[in-house]
Design a protein around this ligand. Structure first.
Ligand SMILES: [Zn+2]
Length: 170
């Protein structure tokens, strides 16, 4: 795609954007993965930018049980317990009985112990702390696929934006 010009390479350290030619001009450092052709050796692109997809399919992430489990990483948002769906339940941060909504911003995963302990109270009333404020994921958690080898350079393009997304004011 980079060679055909439909994508550019982003240099993760500097955020510089390269065409195929300017990328191929960079020298390959010792021990670094590279692609070899008959004439060239160039660094393996780790982050690319599509040039012909100006509009990303930014559909809103459906608020669903499955997506909520994905957003919270199958982890209790109070104590951090990681477990199967059978050990986790959906907690309304502000209880429904006092007007808390069933939405991305008010629902988190909680293990059964934490759910019982929190009962029908807010985290403040229960003296419990959320690991992170719940928010709508900025894109489909389906994209958060597990790949065999996760590159360190991807973190600043994926994880940071995912977890540090500004909470929507509503
Ligand atoms: Zn818990």
């Amino acid at each position: 795609m980079v060679y055909r010009g439909v994508a550019r390479v982003i240099q993760p350290e500097t955020y510089q954007v390269h065409t195929f030619d300017s990328w191929a001009d960079l020298s390959v450092r010792e021990g670094e993965d590279c692609v070899r052709t008959v004439r060239l050796a160039f660094r393996v692109p780790e982050v690319i930018l599509l040039t012909r997809h100006a509009r990303m399919p930014l559909r809103e992430v459906p608020f669903s049980r499955r997506n909520l489990y994905r957003r919270d990483g199958y982890r209790c948002q109070y104590c951090g317990l990681h477990g199967p769906t059978s050990e986790l339940s959906i907690d309304h941060v502000v209880p429904r009985s006092v007007g808390g909504g069933t939405c991305w911003e008010n629902c988190v995963l909680a293990c059964l112990d934490c759910n019982v302990r929190k009962a029908n109270r807010t985290p403040l009333e229960a003296g419990m702390e959320l690991r992170r404020p719940p928010a709508r994921p900025p894109w489909s958690p389906c994209l958060m696929v597990h790949v065999g080898r996760r590159r360190a350079s991807w973190e600043k393009f994926v994880s940071d934006q995912y977890w540090n997304v500004a909470l929507e004011a509503d």
